[in-house]
Design a protein around this ligand. Structure first.
Ligand code: IDP
Ligand code: CA
Length: 381
């Protein structure tokens, strides 16, 4: 659309003329703990009475996430600026002023101190305000954990057609991020509603139905945060040169790792034990008794994505493009295989054993899933 078309738009009554179909754009940043992603959406409104349709999306991402710039907020904001420059090219200039730009940060920023998180958010806000786009009130913020779970649940159940029509067979969702993990489902039993802590239940309305969902975000239980917890390095002051060791890592390994702007040195149990058994004991300390276990989920199947998907695909449990269905015990089987043959898998990530063991423990001992609970692995969006 160009300015040339505008002068005659008024001549036609709305929705009689297809030229009246309006295109507009929206820019949304997902500031995750491991990376920042931009989604540039194109919508078309064919007539004023119906909801606009999503016509297209441009996606790009950068690593690391904003929280890695905890001590350099301006540099963090620059990483956002580089992505935003793509939107300047993608959106036609005459729509810049009408195109809203928002950024929602998740667990990486939740783990930072209030001051560091705010400094990052306010530098990003400056970048937005210097851009030609529309900057709504509250455009840069940390997303509430329960909203994060609900968003994933809506997306998956909407895409699979469970929210339209009569028979709504909704499926619960499991999201394993870098710093936090979410579980969300629609309770079917009165028991679940009665037994759940009040802040685990959220009602919302959509498409003329009210949904009361069970949802919770566990901060510090994302895959990367769990690595630190297993190493005993989460929420501790790290002394200079301090070494964190684990039986979940290759014996001879010694390396460095940056997370949330902090440098960690870690390595294997040079002298001590290595393998699935001692690793499971270590990981169990991180999850045991720390999560609420709703009885109802033991037998139901769930959609799993993010790092559940990535690690399942990395180890050929599922196809990288297609996804697939797994049982909880498949993760355990794979964890044993990798942990008890670490040399063979050392070309992949040195954390593969720890990650798979953590996923197994989180599912079984954390949430209380059965060995045969089905997990449908949904392609990450
Ligand atoms: O565009 C995306 N949308 C949703 N998840 C994504 C996207 N890109 C990557 N992911 C997945 O999210 C996981 C990383 O989590 P993230 O960085 O969002 O941490 P957080 O949710 O704890 O803040 C990885 O498994 C990654 O594959
Ligand atoms: Ca995420």
């Amino acid at each position: 659309h160009s300015n040339r078309e505008m002068w005659f738009q008024d001549l036609f009554p709305p929705n009689t003329c297809p030229i009246n179909a309006k295109t507009f754009y929206g820019i949304m940043f997902d500031a995750g703990s491991t990376g920042t992603r931009i989604h540039i959406y194109t919508f078309v409104q064919k007539s004023p009475e119906i909801l606009p349709e999503l016509e297209g999306e441009i996606f790009e991402s950068v690593k690391p996430g904003l929280s890695a710039y905890a001590d350099q907020p301006k540099k963090g904001a620059e990483s956002v600026k580089r992505l935003l420059d793509m939107a300047v090219d993608a959106v036609p200039p005459h729509l810049w002023k009408k195109t809203p730009v928002v950024l929602k940060a998740t667990a990486g920023l939740r783990l930072l101190s209030e001051e560091k998180a705010q400094a990052l958010l306010s530098e990003v806000k400056k970048v937005f305000e210097e851009s030609p786009f529309l900057v709504p009130e509250d455009s840069v913020s940390i997303m509430d954990g329960s909203y994060e779970g609900i968003l994933a649940w809506i997306t998956v159940n909407f895409l699979t057609g469970q929210l339209s029509g009569q028979n709504q067979n909704t499926v619960g969702t499991l999201d394993l991020g870098g710093a936090s993990t979410q579980i969300t489902f629609l309770p079917r039993f009165e028991e679940t509603l009665k037994e759940s802590p009040g802040d685990f239940l959220t009602s919302f309305e959509m498409f003329n139905s009210t949904y009361k969902l069970y949802t919770h975000s566990y901060l510090g239980f994302g895959l990367k945060a769990a690595r630190l917890a297993t190493l005993g390095a989460l929420n501790t002051e790290v002394a200079d040169g301090q070494m964190f060791r684990s039986s979940c890592l290759p014996k001879q390994l010694e390396a460095e790792w940056h997370f949330g702007g902090v440098k960690y040195r870690y390595g294997g149990n040079k002298e001590g034990e290595t393998g699935f058994k001692p690793c499971y004991v270590e990981v169990l300390k991180v999850v045991k008794g720390k999560l609420h276990q709703p009885d109802e989920i033991r037998g139901s199947s769930f959609y799993a994505f993010s790092y559940y998907y990535d690690r399942a695909a990395d180890t050929n449990l599922i196809d990288y493009e297609q996804g697939g269905v797994l049982e909880v015990r498949d993760f355990e089987r794979k964890a044993k295989e990798v942990c008890d043959n670490m040399e063979r898998f050392s070309s992949a990530s040195p954390f593969l054993c720890m990650d798979l063991t953590y996923i197994t423990a989180l599912l079984k001992e954390g949430f209380g899933f059965r060995d045969n609970t089905l997990l449908q692995h949904f392609v990450n969006w």
